[in-house]
Write a protein that binds this ligand. Structure first.
Ligand SMILES: NC(=O)c1ccc[n+]([C@@H]2O[C@H](COP(=O)([O-])OP(=O)(O)OC[C@H]3O[C@@H](n4cnc5c(N)ncnc54)[C@H](O)[C@@H]3O)[C@@H](O)[C@H]2O)c1
Length: 326
């Protein structure tokens, strides 16, 4: 298959491109390298630098390639930033997304897999969260993900573009060659591991008085390689005529304290921690039900233990201490 991966130089995108290329697909990565890394793009994939905000650029991309499937991961993804700068998120989520979908309509590209997020749910009414749960995003980041999902629905109705929207929970872990390198980093596991390496003083634990087993927030960490596998299944589902929205989570929740404890064991050092106050808008527990992805797509996450997830992230960090070249 000839596949376009927007955001393929980023964390999840680079792992996805690695998997697609290894499975023999021909991959074009379209990325503005705003948070991605040239060196993260798998060697056999073609990197095309450009911005989805530029319709002319997208037009040229589609006029030169016939894509069997588009995988749309490109997006900034900092919740705090989206609260300070909603315009950036609306522009990226909706204007850029519309540019992409419009080009798909013009050039007859009929399939898209979209990287949505658990943030579409906001504060959950019950856990585990199913796709039927009500959606009340509490920040522009989640709001734009939800709005683009709605756009996908209407482009299917009007133009017959099939879509799979994946609501990822917390992507984590690494393959041997591709891992997580956000700047700034806001995700717990890399922050904990950077603390273990002496790059940070201590892990900040935001609140220890939540109604959870140990008082710290519980999140659903899903291995990035399992996410990548889901995209292949999503593409197969599109080919068989399916569209839909699916949660992608591990199925288990792990608390902040558990993450720090397991990381200390994996690294073999005591990792310093500091308790600070709760952050506004942090629900106690966010855990997905991924039953729909399991039953309808046949997705079985294989790397579900926290130790395995943390170990893979740590191994990647040791192998690439300065990140990617380029
Ligand atoms: N990491 C997570 O835990 C998580 C959870 C839920 C959803 N998501 C979603 O998954 C996707 C990938 O996340 P990630 O963690 O790999 O992020 P990332 O920042 O590592 O990757 C995003 C990539 O998109 C590129 N990009 C951004 N805006 C662009 C534009 N306008 N034109 C072209 N390229 C652009 C960046 O340069 C980067 O390479 C995002 O859409 C994110 O919202 C991530």
């Amino acid at each position: 298959m000839n596949i376009l991966v927007t955001g393929g130089a980023g964390y999840i995108g680079s792992v996805l491109v690695e998997l697609l290329a290894k499975r023999g697909h021909s991959v074009v990565v379209f990325d503005n390298l705003s948070t991605g890394h040239r060196g993260a793009v798998y060697s056999s994939a073609q990197l095309r630098t450009g911005d989805l905000a530029d319709p002319g650029e997208i037009d040229r991309l589609f006029s030169e390639n016939m894509f069997n499937c588009v995988m749309h991961l490109a997006s900034p993804s900092l919740v705090e930033e989206s609260l300070r700068s909603p315009e950036k998120y609306y522009r990226n989520g909706l204007v850029c997304g519309l540019n992409l979908l419009s080009a798909m309509v013009r050039y007859g590209a009929k399939r898209i897999v979209f990287s949505s997020s658990a943030s579409v749910y906001g504060e959950p009414e019950s856990v585990p969260i199913t796709e039927e749960a009500s959606t009340h995003p509490v920040n522009p980041y989640g709001e734009c993900k939800l709005a683009f999902e709605r756009m996908l629905h209407w482009f299917k109705v009007a133009h017959g573009i099939s879509y799979i929207s994946f609501r990822y929970f917390n992507a984590a872990g690494a393959t041997e060659t591709h891992g997580e390198l956000h700047r700034p980093e806001t995700h717990l596991i890399p922050l904990v591991l950077r603390t273990a390496r002496g790059q940070r003083e201590a892990v900040e634990i935001f609140g220890t008085d939540y109604p959870t087993e140990d008082g710290t927030c519980v999140r659903d960490y899903v291995h990035v390689a399992d996410l990548a596998e889901a995209h292949i299944l999503g593409m197969e589902a599109l080919i068989s005529g399916k569209s839909g929205t699916f949660n992608l989570g591990n199925g288990n929740g792990y608390s902040v304290k558990e993450v720090v404890t397991v990381a200390s064991e994996v690294v073999g050092v005591e990792i310093a921690r500091r308790t600070v106050g709760r952050r506004a808008g942090d629900p106690a527990r966010l855990v997905a039900s991924s039953e729909r992805a399991r039953s309808e797509l046949g997705w079985i996450p294989k790397r579900t233990s926290l130790r395995e997830i943390v170990e893979s992230a740590w191994n990647w960090m040791k192998a690439f201490p300065s990140g990617y070249a380029g």
